[in-house]
Design a protein. Structure first.
Length: 186
């Protein structure tokens, strides 16, 4: 509601009247292609964040630890793994804390290094495969509203679920032979 100035031409007087404001209607003028492009960027960022979040697994000493999955942490654990493959019995390695808490430096055995490295690789593969299926789904949609409704983490359906299931099925024997990789989930 707001005041509006009025003018009476007969009397020549000005006045004010209380009037209801008209609702502002915003019209989305983006094209389907624009919205799809924005959604793909959003999903890519969500995928990267999910990968960077990492995994939680139990190390050889029986302690459950969280490990970040960002590129630098993947490089770091691979360096530890290479040192162990070269004959080192283990290496000091830094786990991450949950929910922003500080992690700890612990003695990472060769078995731990392999488990962490494999777990991060499995987690990354599952999330990237899901991301690729979701991208194909977004590009298949035909309305802006459908595209805007897509969210990271939503269940896949139809052909996209079948493709994801097929691809992950190819990895199942490998994942199982690698010990499952902690909580490396899609």
């Amino acid at each position: 509601m707001s005041w509006k100035t009025t003018y009476n031409a007969t009397t020549g007087e000005y006045g004010k009247v209380w009037v209801e404001d008209e609702p502002v209607v915003e019209v989305d003028t983006r094209t389907l292609e624009d919205v799809q492009s924005e959604k793909l960027e959003e999903l890519s960022a969500a995928c990267a964040a999910a990968i960077n979040d990492g995994i939680t697994l139990t190390t050889e000493d029986g302690v459950e630890r969280h490990f970040a999955g960002d590129e630098q942490d993947q490089i770091n654990i691979d360096q530890v793994l290479r040192a162990c493959e070269g004959g080192a019995p283990g290496w000091l390695y830094q786990s991450e804390g949950e929910d922003g808490q500080a992690g700890e430096c612990f003695w990472c055995t060769a078995t731990d290094a392999e488990k962490i490295s494999n777990g991060l690789a499995i987690d990354k593969t599952k999330k990237r495969t899901y991301h690729n299926a979701l991208k194909k789904y977004v590009l298949h949609l035909t309305t802006v509203e459908e595209v805007l409704d897509v969210q990271w983490g939503q269940p896949l359906t139809g052909d996209w679920l079948e493709e994801y299931t097929y691809k992950m099925g190819l990895l199942t024997p490998i994942i199982e032979s690698m010990g499952g990789g902690g909580n490396a989930g899609g």
